[in-house]
Design a binder for this molecule. Structure first.
Ligand code: SF4
Ligand code: SF4
Length: 183
């Protein structure tokens, strides 16, 4: 079942791309006051339903970003020098940041378990970042993540449902009291 979902996800994300992009522009221009709590709520509800162990698609398709702090923690975990860890497992991406050099990730097991779970990079711990405060700030990343992560896709769909209609583009009507004529 998850395999089907993942197969269809890139196409579904592509079909929603324009709508999502518009939505995030509006969200950024006028973020609702309760956005952070709403995101927490939608994120929690989605991950009650979605079990990452049946998916693993982020680890299979997208190199994880690794900070200097991650390097220090992981080198210690493997009992090797930081430089050795960097040479063995990392490369530098276009933004001049460290990423894990193998895709799928070398630390991903056959059962989708992460072999370094307790010490995994911060970016892995936080992916898909859908409980992040001021969520509109990472809209560019989220627009890409909905094609990778079925949970992120569902979360964005839920956001569009839950936020006032003026954020979804199309179908917006002025609130009753501003309408002229009184009909
Ligand atoms: S380190 Fe673990 S959580 Fe991060 S990409 Fe690799 S397998 Fe996935
Ligand atoms: S975070 Fe998303 S892409 Fe990664 S395993 Fe969980 S559901 Fe799949």
């Amino acid at each position: 079942m998850m395999e089907n979902i993942l197969n269809q996800l890139p196409k579904k994300a592509k079909d929603k791309h324009k709508e999502n992009k518009k939505f995030f522009v509006k969200l950024k221009n006028k973020p609702p006051r309760h956005l952070d709590t709403l995101m927490e709520e939608i994120h929690e509800a989605e991950f009650e339903k979605t079990d990452c162990l049946t998916c693993g698609n982020c680890c299979k398709t997208t190199p994880a970003w690794v900070t200097d702090k991650d390097v220090a923690r992981l080198a210690k975990h493997f009992r090797i020098k930081e430089q050795k860890f960097i040479e063995t497992y990392l490369e530098i991406d276009d933004d001049n940041e460290f990423i894990i050099k193998t895709v799928p990730c070398i630390f991903l097991g056959h059962d989708n378990e992460c072999s370094i779970y307790d010490v995994r990079p911060k970016s892995c711990r936080e992916f898909p970042h859908t409980n992040r405060k001021k969520f509109y700030k990472i809209s560019e990343t989220t627009l890409q993540n909905v094609a990778i992560c079925p949970a992120a896709f569902n979360i964005v769909e839920e956001m569009k449902k839950r936020l006032p209609v003026q954020y979804t583009g199309g179908g917006w009507k002025p609130p009753e009291k501003f309408r002229r004529g009184g009909g």
